[in-house]
Design a protein around this ligand. Structure first.
Ligand code: DC
Length: 244
């Protein structure tokens, strides 16, 4: 597995490029990941969608999302497949396309709650590593623990952040008019609650890896954020010049 520190390695073996993007809800991870995937020809994997799919199954089956043993048992009979496309990931839950159901506010809240259970995280991380390693041309993977746990040796680690007000405002504009639209105050409150849970859980809480590049997007335009992220990845590619 390559890392930024492999740059002086003279090995002729091409390494797949692994770009890890972490950060809190609404920081723009999906937009940045999709852009980098197109720009560098990488597979784009949205790990949050996997937590959402498991949460959906728990909600549908009446499994209590705070019951670690029950949710862990649920994983034993669950198969989640991500199919990356131009407009994000298509998500298959036990063979059923559930993509359209995953942004429902009830599923969003449940996803944050199933993600606190260590055995559930272990199951997810194992699957995510396998998916990343199976991508011969490299991968951009976004989530909360990609640079810290899933791929600690990722080539480039980007941690995107922004104030909770900025993130709430962006989510509001993204969802306005859609089936899952909520008002700005409710969205911002929901994001703050998720932040709190994601950052304070015991198992791999959300925090930047020591070697992550942090981008605070609060007062940046989307174009500026994309240019900045692209520059970091391009620098890593040029430095190493040996990715597959
Ligand atoms: O990125 P997202 O909003 O789709 O993620 C939904 C939830 O899943 C989020 O509140 C926390 C959890 N999650 C996680 O714990 N680890 C990841 N790598 C991705 C998401």
């Amino acid at each position: 597995m390559p890392s930024a520190s492999d740059a002086s390695d003279s090995s002729p073996e091409p390494h797949p490029l692994i770009v890890a993007i972490d950060g809190p809800a609404g920081a723009g991870k999906s937009t940045v990941a999709a852009h980098l995937a197109r720009r560098f020809g990488l597979l784009n994997l949205e790990t949050g969608a996997m937590y959402r799919a498991l949460a959906l199954k728990a909600v549908e089956q009446g499994t209590p999302v705070d019951d670690a043993a029950a949710v862990t048992t649920l994983t034993e009979t669950t198969r989640i497949v991500l199919e990356p496309g131009n407009n994000g990931n298509r998500v298959l839950l036990d063979g059923r396309d559930v993509t359209a159901l995953l942004r429902d506010p009830a599923v969003t809240a449940a996803a944050s709650r199933v993600s606190v259970h260590p055995k559930v995280r272990h199951w997810m991380v194992t699957a995510q590593r396998a998916m990343g390693q199976a991508a011969p041309s490299g991968v951009v993977m976004e989530g909360r623990d990609i640079g810290t746990v899933v791929f600690p040796n990722a080539t480039v680690k980007i941690f995107l952040d922004a104030s909770v007000e900025a993130r709430g405002g962006r989510r509001f504009l993204q969802t306005a008019g859609s089936a899952v639209a909520e008002d700005r105050v409710a969205i911002t409150r929901e994001i703050a609650a998720r932040d709190d849970r994601d950052r304070s859980r015991e198992a791999s809480p959300l925090h930047p890896a020591d070697d992550a590049i942090r981008i605070d997007t609060t007062s940046m335009s989307l174009d500026e954020v994309l240019a900045c992220a692209t520059e970091f990845v391009q620098a890593a590619v040029s430095r190493a010049g040996k990715y597959a």
